[in-house]
Design a protein around this ligand. Structure first.
Ligand code: DON
Length: 314
């Protein structure tokens, strides 16, 4: 992509976005169904672009750690892919759900096969796959994320994990339904506990952008990273990015693709990570969510980034 588009001054464009976003800080509503997330001050914003040549550009609170929540579903899928490859699709689909991320409705009709890995039902199946591959699967996932971002700073927030576990009635219901259809191999309690820990991982925009760079780089960590390795083959990386585009931003994936035009994965902590193939990975965080549970200012900022840089996949 960089070969066809003009060179971009990312820092100048991020500075412009920061000017536009600063007066709007506080827009949206923090997720309150996980009690600990309800305590996060809404008027915060950070954004980082990690270019594949190793340059980092950032604005605002790009080094502040936040609750990754469903953004971790991206790394859980990638880690599962490294272990079992395309066979994961025997246990879940890759179509947009068109329903809320925590809905049970399709699961009953579709006999315990979740529509995709980025809704809660699909992520619980991925957690189950990881639990069958690793002893302490959430620790394996944390280590994977740490390896990708080259830092040991990302960690579990056990307060958030416990807070979610206490109120995880829907996720327990989803897991029980999947178990009833025979699509969960470990116990419901082990899978939901591991899933809540996974969701509680905290990291910053700069760390998140680094962690996703392999997806922009055909499955390999950027060459500038010492010891940077191939995480997935290029075809698998392409496939994960495709599922991000169609399913990564809940039932608003169509609207998001229309506005932003990049594969992305969001979380109810207000983080969004996006991939500019062949060019960069981008992370944005602002805890105020819009009606579709995507970060309101985060979505705005990504739309401005792709408009101002002309780097989208369209
Ligand atoms: O399971 C939940 O509801 C949260 N831990 C994560 C939800 C989220 O970020 C959006 N899910 N796709």
């Amino acid at each position: 992509m960089s070969g066809t588009a003009p060179a971009v001054d990312y820092q100048a464009i991020l500075d412009q976005i920061w000017l536009e976003v600063a007066p709007r800080l506080g827009e949206g509503k923090v997720a309150s169904y996980i009690p600990q997330l309800a305590t996060v001050p809404v008027a915060q914003f950070g954004m980082a672009v990690y270019r594949l040549d190793g340059q980092m550009f950032s604005i605002g609170a790009a080094q502040t750690r936040f609750s990754a929540q469903s953004v971790t579903k991206l790394f859980a899928l990638a880690l599962a892919y490294t272990r079992v490859g395309d066979s994961i699709w025997q246990r879940l689909g890759k179509e947009p759900s068109g329903t809320a991320f925590n809905s049970l409705v399709q699961l009953e009709l579709e006999r315990g096969i979740p529509r995709n890995p980025f809704i809660n039902a699909g992520a619980l199946v991925i957690t189950d796959i990881l639990a069958s591959c690793f002893v302490g699967s959430e620790i394996a996932l944390l280590q994977f994320i740490r390896q990708l971002c080259g830092s040991t700073a990302p960690d579990f927030d056990l307060k958030v994990a416990e807070s979610e576990l206490k109120t995880a009635h829907r996720n327990f219901a989803i897991a029980h339904l999947i178990k009833d259809f025979g699509n969960l191999h470990n116990t419901v309690s082990a899978v939901v506990r591991s899933y809540c820990r996974q969701c509680s991982i905290t990291l910053s925009c700069e760390e998140l952008a680094r962690a996703a760079a392999f997806l922009a780089n055909h499955g390999s960590m950027p060459a500038c990273v010492p010891g940077g390795t191939q995480i997935l083959d290029a075809s698998s990386a392409k496939r994960i990015s495709a599922v991000m585009l169609t399913c990564g931003t809940y039932d608003a994936a169509g609207e998001f693709a229309y506005r932003v035009g990049l594969p992305a994965k969001s979380g109810v902590g207000g983080g969004i990570v996006a991939v500019i193939p062949g060019e960069a990975a981008v992370a944005v965080w602002s805890p105020g969510l819009d009606a579709s549970h995507n970060s309101a200012l985060g979505t705005y900022a990504l739309a401005r980034l792709t408009d101002l840089t002309r780097h989208s996949i369209f």
